[in-house]
Design a protein around this ligand. Structure first.
Ligand SMILES: Nc1ncnc2c1ncn2[C@@H]1O[C@H](COP(=O)(O)OP(=O)(O)OP(=O)(O)O)[C@@H](O)[C@H]1O
Length: 228
């Protein structure tokens, strides 16, 4: 079974009278535990591909399967997403008015008998990611871009999703900062056996991939990375 399996996918959008075809008869397979980077020009459809894998937008034709499940057959998509997917984007993945720590604890009621243990776990994760007691109790929107990305990664560490999708996560960070943050994410994913699909045109990220694809002319083509 593949982590992700797209078969003969067509995806298009109608904007006014203009039809944009993003993918035509596209196939894409990712094995469990693989680290895949997808690169491509602006507006080639990288973000849409991740959104499709997260069951946020359907294909017009073809099938999208995640861990063997055809996404069209999922009844409760938000629940399915919460259970299976960690999604990192630049648009802010966490709740702005909650603190970094509260964001890690979403879904765990304060009267849950495991709450205190989970709270300690959240503190430990955030502290390992470089948060002080003060910053972990700051509202998410008060954090810097780097801290917001780290908090999102903290949420991923807390929930251990089987599939991690990251849409140009380091776009707002300097090269070195971005690499440090992603290094933490990649080590975690390898340890947990999580599958990672990341969109980026950054060579330093591409060279970490097990497999790299280029999205071009409505298809994904495997691209040799520099170290292969
Ligand atoms: N919901 C939508 N409705 C209409 N058009 C859309 C929708 N979502 C995406 N598009 C169009 O699909 C195209 C690809 O967008 P997408 O954001 O997937 O590309 P991208 O490769 O991630 O771009 P970038 O590198 O700029 O982030 C764009 O032309 C966009 O306008």
């Amino acid at each position: 079974m593949y982590a992700v399996d797209l078969n003969n996918v067509l995806k298009r959008f109608l904007n006014g009278n203009e039809m944009t075809v993003l993918y035509d008869n596209m196939n894409f397979r990712v094995s469990e535990g693989e680290l895949v980077v997808i690169s491509g020009k602006r507006l080639s459809g990288k973000s849409t591909l991740l959104r499709m894998i997260a069951a946020m937008t359907p294909p017009n034709k073809g099938t999208v399967e995640v861990f063997g499940q055809n996404l069209l057959n999922i009844k409760k998509r938000p629940e399915w997403r919460l259970q299976n997917i960690g999604f990192i984007t630049n648009e802010g993945c966490l709740i702005p008015y909650l603190t970094a720590k509260q964001n890690l604890l979403i879904g765990i009621p304060t009267d849950d008998r495991n709450f205190a243990r989970k709270e300690r776990e959240a503190e430990q994760i955030l502290s390992e990611l470089g948060f002080s007691e003060e910053t972990m109790n700051d509202s998410y929107e008060a954090l810097t871009s780097k801290e917001q990305l780290l908090a999102t990664i903290g949420r991923i560490f807390m929930t251990s999703p089987k599939l991690i999708l990251a849409d140009e996560p380091t776009k707002e960070l300097s090269g070195k900062e971005g690499q440090d943050v992603l290094h933490k994410l990649f080590s975690f994913a390898k340890k947990q056996g999580s599958t990672v699909i990341i969109t980026s045109n950054d060579e330093s990220i591409i060279e970490k991939a097990d497999t790299c694809f280029l999205l071009e002319n409505c298809k994904l083509q495997e691209k040799k990375t520099q170290i292969q």
